[in-house]
Design a binder for this molecule. Structure first.
Ligand SMILES: *Cc1c(COP(=O)(O)O)cnc(C)c1O
Length: 389
């Protein structure tokens, strides 16, 4: 079946008992047994598994074209499950300008387990593979990255990593945080990645009303390991949140199409505005490695970042001049959200690190929503006009 059909039907067929067309929300923490060791159905205790989460995991595996999916209470809980595959002394190679919370998780939570993170300055496959050592267990990447929308060649990087064996004789696993493109526009498992992680809070949920995450893999052994951790550590989403995510998935392809249509218009507008110094948008033909959009993606989500001319006061005035667009963390909702990475999503990075990778005080990140593009542009235009420098 084609993507839109999968999004509507996978994991969401009518309930065999009642015929309910939508998956019933299973608000129960536990399941009656018929006797010792005799489950009545598939389920025993809702942390281990439950009908709502099971259905959602089938949906997410299907839209990511993977064999197995696991749902978590947040994107960070999903990332933590992957990091639990590490042991003290192991190393991670991560691409530059990943999500600030992931950076914080690596540096402030996992470094006490003696886990080293190395971040190459460049994202060419050779720069990434040159950072791999005998202790590397994971290579962690975002493409397009947060917030500068850097692209890296996932297929070529996966090919290079395959040649490595760490001191345990194991090939490092390639993890892709696929939150930004969503499964509609990129499927990293098909490009050679081993693990895909999502903040379902963003495009998958798509309505700014739920916090959740997911991990998708093909390898059954890896799945069993992660599934054990999911139950043992227990950072699982509740049944209502699972329902909301499945509801979001049904319209995901439609929404992504509108986000994409709008982001091209907004990016073009920003590029022509004299108060804007620079626009980061992979859809521009002169964007670094633009050819990867056609090579490994089917389109672009609503993300665009830009640098405003002037100083931090101009940035503050610009934000104050917005009417429609909402200053808030997060992305991927129907409403256009704007954010100041240096003090918001990426505040966890030390200033020197931020400046090194280009997350300066004048950098602004926009999650273009699904409103009418002209209204988004009018609002940006008014705010930009009020800060002419
Ligand atoms: C938001 C985000 C996360 C974290 O997800 P939560 O659901 O907020 O825990 C991870 N990666 C990326 C790229 C994100 O945008």
């Amino acid at each position: 079946m084609r993507f839109s059909t999968i999004a509507v039907h996978a994991g969401q067929r009518p309930d065999p008992h009642t015929g309910a067309v939508c998956v019933p929300v299973a608000l129960t923490s536990t399941f009656a047994m018929d006797g010792i060791g005799q489950l009545r159905g598939e389920f025993e205790y809702a942390r281990s598994n439950n009908p709502s989460r099971h259905a959602l995991e089938l949906s997410i595996a299907a839209i990511e074209f993977g064999k197995h999916a696991l749902a978590f209470a947040s994107g960070q809980a999903a990332s933590t499950a992957i990091l639990d595959l590490l042991k003290p002394g192991d190393e991670i190679v991560a691409t530059p300008n990943i999500y600030g919370g992931t950076y914080r998780l690596f540096h402030k939570v996992y470094d006490k387990y003696n886990i080293k993170i190395s971040i190459p300055t460049d994202t060419t496959p050779s720069a990434i593979s040159n950072a791999i050592t005998k202790k590397t267990v994971l290579v962690w990447g975002e493409s397009p990255s947060n917030p500068l929308l850097d692209l890296f060649d996932i297929t070529e990087t996966a090919e290079l990593i395959k040649n490595f064996r760490n001191e345990k004789g194991v090939t490092p696993l390639l993890v892709i945080d696929n939150t930004f493109p969503s499964p509609v526009f990129q499927n990293p498992l098909q490009l050679g990645a081993d693990i895909v992680t999502h903040s379902c809070t963003k495009y998958i949920g798509g309505h700014s009303d739920v916090i959740a995450g997911a991990v998708v893999v093909n390898d059954s052994e890896l799945y069993e390991q992660l599934k054990f951790y999911q139950n043992a550590a227990g950072a699982v989403p509740g049944p209502l949140n699972c329902y909301l995510l499945q509801r979001g998935i049904r319209t995901l392809p439609l929404r992504m199409k509108k986000h994409e249509e709008n982001v091209y218009k907004v990016a073009e507008f920003l590029r022509k505005n004299s108060s804007v110094e620079k626009v980061f948008f992979p859809g521009f033909t002169d964007f670094p490695r633009h050819e990867l959009v056609a090579k490994q993606m089917r389109g672009l989500s609503g993300m665009v970042s830009f640098v405003l001319r002037g100083n931090i006061e101009n940035v503050k005035n610009f934000f104050a001049g917005l009417n429609l667009i909402i200053l808030a963390e997060s992305l991927g909702g129907p409403e256009t959200l704007i954010c100041h990475p240096a003090t918001m999503t990426h505040a966890a990075l030390p200033e020197s690190e931020r400046n090194k990778i280009g997350i300066t005080d004048n950098l602004i990140r926009l999650s273009v929503g699904i409103e009418d593009a002209d209204d988004i542009i009018d609002d940006l235009n008014n705010a930009l006009n009020s800060v002419v420098v």
